[in-house]
Ligand binder design. Sequence first.
Ligand code: ADP
Ligand code: MG
Length: 302
Amino acid sequence: MDDNRTELERLGEFGLIDRLADGVKIYHESTIKGIGDDAAVIDAGDKYMLLTTDTLVENVHFNLMYTPLKHLGYKSAIVNFSDIYAMNGDVRQIVVSIAMSNRFSLEAVEEIYDGIKKACDLYQVDLVGGDTTSSTSGLIITITAVGEVAKDEIVYRSGGKEKELLVVTGNLGAAFMGLQVLERERQIYLENPAIQPALEGVDYILERQLKPEARKDVIHYLKSLGVKPTSMIDVSDGLASEVLHLCKAGNLGCALYDEKIPVDQETFRVAREFNLDPTTCALNGGEDYELLFPSNKLITIK
Ligand code: ADP
Ligand code: MG
């Protein structure tokens, strides 16, 4: 055993990021916010530019047995858009890097791009470049998104105030339960390919897993109400993790009320079928891509 070797699992993802961030120097005044928020913030003159990147890796983030390629492309764009909205900004451009083996045909890659283009059309984003390489270990898609926000509209993870009410823009845990169903059916198929997948009554949670949306609508709605949250984060890793990030960044504590955590009926029912606690799914599931922010006003969001 090497005494100098630290296993990554001991650090966890956030511990690792903290270690990597250690000693990173900022040389430019234009770097307003570096590592540590949903997107980096860069002074672009009369506005701030926002910059974020996310990678989806085959057999880590998706399994091609049950992930339609078009949905995969769509989702890989959406997860990036969500981080820009979490800064209260608007997405402007993306670049797309894709690594794949010769197992993929032109038609397959075009399917992925159809999904990416669909997301760009719906969210009004320009696809402006990328990179194409080969991979020996599965499909990898990395998207980097650029956004912008008026300087007085930027919202960080920090900035929350005492006595605010933490609100979330939609129900949680659905994408996680969708994944559980897909994984269950995959296992059943592997054991007996003749069995048809049992996917009745789970449309909503499957859609939340396979074709998520980012809450651009909420950002524009809040603007129309003249509401600017004091702080904000998107829920990509589960409510528990995001609440901790907001509290840590704002130097605050908070209380969560079990019965107030929004869980959709279908999520609730399927969680029970799996002998899972629906609240635990909301807290630890992830991939919800809802926005979480404290508010001092009561806001009704569809
Ligand atoms: P999110 O879930 O919002 O995408 P992450 O948890 O992935 O955010 O990352 C948290 C912060 O750490 C972000 O500011 C991100 O840019 C930064 N970060 C993540 N991985 C790295 C890395 N390998 N090197 C530098 N910064 C990183
Ligand atoms: Mg985020």
